[in-house]
Design a protein around this ligand. Structure first.
Ligand code: S3P
Length: 172
């Protein structure tokens, strides 16, 4: 069926890095939704948030998601893309949705260095980061958990990727 594959999940779980590998194993093309939005608007994600606000970003995110969802493509979405019933329903109807997840401690250590370039985190004090991330993640799990497949990303190796490809093929 060659349905599009949507990678969803929280910031810092390794969506883009692993999604690229999956795309190359399947012979699919790869799209990073945030990068696509930056290309189309000629603005960084931070600039869009600060100049036009989050609501505007969410609208472009949703439109761009629909534009890039063709056959034989692996799409790495942003951490908030699936936190919209409309986007989630669209992805589930169109293709296969995979939730990438890993322990919160790993997420905190991965996003800490890039905190200031992440619009949702830039204003949070370092000492509050772990608690705030934990709360944000908890609020988002009810959306992420509606994915077709869950994939644990703390120790990814080629064997784990092959198992995931087999699971994807069972859906296709
Ligand atoms: C966001 C995550 C970011 C980006 C934007 C909003 C979020 O993407 O889309 O800053 O709401 O979690 P990554 O998950 O790729 O960091």
């Amino acid at each position: 069926m060659d349905k599009p594959i949507f990678i969803i999940g929280f910031m810092g779980v390794g969506k883009s890095t692993q999604a690229k590998k999956i795309a190359s194993k399947l012979g699919y093309s790869f799209v990073d939704l945030d990068k696509q939005i930056e290309k189309l608007t000629n603005r960084t994600i931070s600039e869009i948030f600060s100049e036009k606000g989050e609501q505007y970003f969410r609208e472009i995110e949703s439109t761009t998601l629909k534009k890039v969802s063709s056959l034989k493509v692996v799409i790495s979405t942003g951490g908030g893309t699936a936190v919209s019933s409309e986007n989630l329903q669209f992805m589930k109807e169109k293709g296969i949705v995979i939730w990438f997840d890993c322990p919160i401690e790993i997420i905190v250590s991965r996003v800490k260095p890039s905190k200031n370039t992440r619009p949702l985190l830039a204003k949070i004090k370092d000492e509050d980061l772990a608690t705030q991330l934990r709360t944000l993640l908890e609020n988002r799990v009810p959306f992420y958990s509606q994915a077709n497949i869950k994939f644990e990303t703390s120790n990814v190796n080629s064997e784990k990727i092959l198992k995931l490809i087999e699971e994807i093929n069972r859906f296709n």
